[in-house]
Design a protein around this ligand. Structure first.
Ligand code: GLP
Length: 258
């Protein structure tokens, strides 16, 4: 494993490149463990997708082994399809329940669901940000990176001040999402996501990316210009609050660093 702080000052983010997916997963789980050791009732958000599966397995293992107490954490779901409920086939909340929330036995009262089925979704999204603020803001946001640079469902076009809101999904994102259900689920055209602005206010942000297929979008996010075309490019604004954890494939297009 190589771990390096970038050279241009204490306020900058770190990049850690690991040799295995297991290590990437363990480091992401460490961020969760550290956050909850410091503040057992911390508010946090963790992503869905293929990348965090190993992290969730490790978190459940730690909980089962008594190494991690998740019982007081305030868990905020990151994103989901507009109008969806956990009864729908395509539901990231349902996915999260199966992969983590149920095996981790989180008290239902501590889980905050993205209000995708609210009668007034935009108002409900603003309410979700207020809920996060009422818990003291996000202590930790672990996020993945979409193939088009999205963070959560902050699709291209999203900016660094964007609140939690309803967004249009790009066709490629809908196709990517459908793959989670073997291409069989009908993916809505819109979603609700914790906003990039809300994520950027988190006290600690951990970006995890795995695989050479994301090397180019990782390079654009970390070394390209800040642009709404690549929402991930705004994460650098978090400075030292951002930690990037990559495997060798995901890091393979980054410039060599001193
Ligand atoms: C998904 C989710 C994101 C996730 C990203 C990457 O659609 N909305 O929260 O981080 O896209 O997913 P994966 O890890 O499967 O590549």
């Amino acid at each position: 494993m190589t771990s390096e702080g970038l050279a241009d000052g204490p306020e900058t983010y770190t990049v850690t490149v690991v040799d295995s997916y297991d290590l990437l997963s363990a480091l992401a789980a460490d961020a969760v463990s550290e956050t909850l050791a410091n503040r057992p009732g911390a508010a946090l958000t963790l992503p869905t997708g293929d990348t965090p599966l190993g992290m969730y397995r490790e978190l459940v293992r730690r909980i089962d082994a008594g190494e991690l107490d998740f019982s007081q954490a305030q868990f905020f779901c990151l994103d989901d399809y507009l109008g969806s409920t956990p009864d729908d086939e395509a539901s990231l909340t349902r996915w999260l329940k199966q992969v983590f929330l149920d095996p981790a036995r989180l008290p239902e009262a501590n889980v905050h669901y993205v209000p995708t089925a609210a009668a007034d979704p935009q108002a409900a999204a603003a309410g979700y940000d207020r809920e996060i603020a009422a818990c003291g803001g996000l202590e930790l946001a672990v996020v993945g990176l979409g193939p088009n640079g999205h963070i959560g469902f902050n699709e291209p076009g999203s900016g660094p001040d964007d609140p939690t809101r309803v967004v249009d999904l790009q066709p490629a994102t809908r196709a990517q999402s459908a793959a989670y259900w073997d291409g069989k689920a009908d993916i809505p055209a819109q979603a609700m996501t914790i906003g990039l602005g809300t994520i950027l206010q988190a006290k600690r942000i951990v970006l995890i990316v795995s695989g050479a297929g994301k090397a180019e979008i990782v390079q654009k996010s970390l070394e390209g210009p800040e642009t709404t075309e690549v929402p991930g490019s705004f994460l650098r604004r978090a400075g030292s609050r951002l930690e990037v954890i990559l495997d060798q494939g995901a890091a393979s297009k980054l410039s060599p660093r001193q």
